[in-house]
Design a protein around this ligand. Structure first.
Ligand code: TYM
Length: 328
C-alpha cells in the first residue's frame, strides 16, 4: 500500500519549546511509520523577523540536531533545510501573483506579529503564508501536521491550490491539515490566555526542550493557576487546564484517571508530579541532543542527503506550475 505523504516545517528562531514539541514535533515522530514524511527547517521563513546571520546559521543547524534528538529517524523520514531548494521562493512568487491582497489581509498571524513588532513589518512577513503554501504544495503533500495556530495558513494554502488547479490546470494536491486534539495549543505558563511562543519575554513563559531539571521545576512551580484547590479538567480554569493537558500527553493517562490520582490533593503535589514527568520525558532528548550537536559532519551529511532526495519532487512540481502559467 502506498503511504500518504506528510510535509511540515519549523522555524529556526531559537530553542524549541513544549508547544512546538507537543503541537508538532512529537506527532511527527509518533506517526513516522504511518506516512512518507518530509520535514523541513524553514530558515527562509525565519528571516521575516530580524536575525543575526551567524546566529541563524547556528540555530538552523542546532534545530536539525534537535529534531533528530526528538526521534526523527532518517530511515523513515526526510529532513532538509528550506533554503537548499530554490524552488520554494520560485513557486512562492508564482503563487504571490495568484493571491489577492484581500485574502492576505485576513491573516491573523500577520496582524499579531506586526502589532507586536511595528518597527519591523517587512513585505516578507506579509507574504509569509504564501511561502508556506509553496513549501507544502511543492511536495504534493496529502497532510500537514501542525499546531492549531497554523490552521488559517493551511486554509489559505488549500484555497490557493484549488484556484490554481481550476484556472490553469491540475498541478497541486490539496493538502489536509492534521491538527491533533491534544497538544495543538499549549498555552504560556505565565499567561494561560496566550499560546506558548518563542518570542514572549517572560522568564517563566515557556519550557524549552533543553531546560535543566531545576529550571523546569521552577517554571512549573511558578506557573499561573487559580485560588481553587481541586485538580480537575475545567476549561474555565485556564492555567490548570493547560498544565493538566501537558500531564495527560506525557503520562498517556485518561482525564478520569488523572482526576482520581489527584483527588483530595492540591497544586503542590500536582505540580511536583508534572515537573517530574516533564523532566523524565525530556531527559533522553536532552542527552541525545548533547551527543548529536557536536557531530557537525554527520548532521550536515543528513541534511544534504535530505535535500538531494526531495529536490526532484520540488523541481517536477515547479516546472509543471511554470509551464501551466506560461513561463516556459
Ligand atoms: P513555528 O516554527 O512557529 O512552529 C512549529 C510548529 O509548532 C507549532 N506550535 C505550537 N503548537 C501548540 N502549541 C503552541 N503554543 C505552539 N507554538 C507553535 C506550530 O503550529 C508549528 O506546527 N509557519 C510555520 C512553519 C512552516 C510550516 C510550513 C509548517 C513554514 N512552512 C509548511 C507546515 C508546513 C511556523 O511558524 O512554525
Amino acid at each position: 500500500m502506498i503511504k500518504k505523504r506528510v510535509f511540515s516545517g519549523i522555524q529556526p528562531t531559537g530553542q524549541i519549546h513544549l508547544g512546538n514539541y507537543l503541537g508538532a514535533v512529537k506527532n511527527w515522530v509518533d506517526s513516522q511509520d504511518e506516512y512518507e514524511n518530509i520535514f523541513c527547517v524553514v530558515n527562509s521563513h525565519a528571516i521575516t523577523t530580524t536575525q543575526n546571520p551567524k546566529e541563524l546559521r547556528k540555530n538552523t543547524y542546532e534545530l536539525a540536531a534537535m529534531l533528530l534528538a526528538c526521534g526523527i529517524d532518517m530511515k523513515k523520514s526526510n529532513l532538509f533545510i528550506q533554503s537548499e531548494i530554490d524552488e520554494h521562493p520560485a513557486l512562492s512568487w508564482i503563487l504571490d501573483c495568484n493571491v489577492s491582497m484581500g485574502e492576505m489581509n485576513r491573516m491573523t498571524q500577520f496582524k499579531d506579529k506586526s502589532a507586536k513588532n511595528p518597527k519591523n513589518v517587512n513585505a516578507g512577513l506579509f507574504n509569509y503564508p504564501v511561502l508556506m503554501a509553496a513549501d507544502i504544495l511543492l511536495y504534493q503533500a496529502d497532510g500537514v501536521p501542525v499546531g492549531e495556530d497554523q490552521k488559517q495558513h493551511l486554509e489559505l494554502t488549500r484555497n490557493i491550490a484549488e484556484r490554481f488547479n481550476r484556472d490553469f490546470g491540475e498541478c497541486f494536491k490539496i493538502p489536509e491539515p492534521m491538527i491533533f486534539k491534544s497538544g495543538s495549543r499549549v498555552m504560556g505558563l505565565d499567561d494561560p490566555t496566550s499560546k506558548m511562543s518563542k518570542s514572549a519575554k517572560g522568564a517563566n513563559h515557556a519550557i524549552f526542550l533543553l531546560d535543566t531539571p531545576d529550571v523546569i521545576s521552577r517554571k512549573i512551580k511558578k506557573a499561573t493557576t487559580d485560588s481553587q484547590t481541586s485538580i480537575v479538567f475545567d476549561k474555565n480554569r485556564e492555567g490548570l487546564y493547560n498544565l493538566l493537558g501537558i500531564y495527560e500527553i506525557f503520562t498517556h493517562k485518561t482525564k478520569e484517571v488523572i482526576e482520581q490520582e489527584f483527588e483530595g490533593k492540591g497544586y503542590g503535589e500536582f505540580k511536583s508530579a508534572l515537573a517530574e514527568v516533564i523532566i523524565e520525558s525530556l531527559k533522553p532528548i536532552r542527552e541525545e541532543y548533547e551527543k548529536l550537536v557536536s557531530e557537525k559532519g554527520y548532521i550536515e551529511k543528513i541534511l544534504q542527503a535530505g535535500a538531494t532526495q526531495v529536490r526532484p519532487i520540488a523541481k517536477s512540481t515547479y516546472n509543471r506550475a511554470k509551464e501551466l502559467i506560461g513561463l516556459v
